[in-house]
Design a binder for this molecule. Structure first.
Ligand code: MN
Length: 297
């Protein structure tokens, strides 16, 4: 059986003064499993440091993977955590949390992703977790860091509420590896640096991908061969397909526009409503965009 393979082009954006490439959501594809948002920043020395003032989240986990540089996270639970290269921050918003993020370094390279929470977990209490150590393995010239899920018999300590995979793969020179995939998952290859040739099992073409392109591989694929002739880095994302992708609006993941409207009104309150207050951040909160946009999520 040949899997459905799609090339998805990132669009450019800006997060707190930091230029980013956004792979998900796109018009062509809203999510890969529960991965419903995927930003890539750097590697670069931007003109301005990233400075994202307090803003709310609901119904998702934010997942930050730092490749180069440092950012400071603060949230309304009172967490204050510097995220350094090789580390993951996982903030599960549940019914609501607010946070701020500031870069502490000039040079920066990171991936910021959102994981949609399933119905049974989206009203849970918020939490924040920091993971300074993640499992690593070598395969065919690639060094892999297992960010979430299972790969080659290893399991990441980063929890998820739906079956999920996230791995960072880096090669410092020529490399060639065949990775076994869970055929029950859909997958994405998100290029961060260099150039990769990807050959999904059962697909009749070899796909060359560079930064700004995400290669989507539909469920039913059992392996992918990855080749590069020079240094390269990519993220392998995967998860069980959702029958109905979640609704995204601003910083919220939900099911109905009406509930998002209520969250927006909560954030407009002085005490931040269900989201609370981020202490220690020197600057204003980010205001909710005008409500008419809510009618067209
Ligand atoms: Mn955020």
């Amino acid at each position: 059986m040949s899997p459905n393979v799609e090339r998805i082009t990132s669009h450019l954006g800006d997060v707190g003064g930091l230029p980013i490439q956004r792979a998900l959501p796109s018009k062509a594809r809203r999510a890969i499993g529960a991965w419903c948002f995927a930003d890539h920043a750097g590697p670069a020395t931007p003109e301005r440091r990233m400075n994202v003032g307090p803003h709310p989240h609901t119904g998702l986990s934010t997942f930050s993977w730092m490749i180069e540089g440092e950012i400071l996270h603060r949230d309304s639970l009172g967490s204050e955590q510097v995220l350094r290269a090789g580390e993951v921050n996982l903030m599960t918003a549940g019914y609501g949390i607010a946070h701020s993020e500031e870069s502490l370094s000039d040079r920066i390279h990171l991936a910021q992703l959102w994981i949609a929470l399933p119905d049974a977990e989206r009203e849970r209490a918020p939490s924040f977790q920091h993971f300074p150590e993640l499992p690593r393995l070598s395969q065919g010239g690639f060094e892999a860091t297992l960010l979430v899920g299972e790969l080659a018999g290893l399991r990441s300590p980063v929890p998820s509420f739906t079956p999920l995979l996230g791995a960072d793969l880096v090669a410092t020179g020529p490399a060639d590896a065949v990775l076994a995939l869970d055929p029950g998952f859909e997958h994405g290859l998100m290029l961060l640096e260099g150039e990769i040739e990807a050959a999904p099992a059962g697909h009749d073409a070899v796909e060359t991908i560079t930064p700004g392109t995400l290669l989507y591989i539909g469920a039913g694929c059992e392996a992918v061969e990855l080749r590069c002739s020079a240094a390269a880095r990519l993220l392998l994302l995967g998860g069980e397909p959702w029958s109905q992708p979640p609704l995204l609006w601003w910083n919220f993941v939900g099911r109905e526009p009406a509930e998002m409207q209520a969250w927006a009104q909560d954030w407009a309150r002085e005490d931040g409503g269900r989201f609370g207050v981020v202490r220690g951040y020197d600057g204003p909160r980010i205001a909710v965009p005008s409500v008419p946009a809510l009618r067209q999520p």
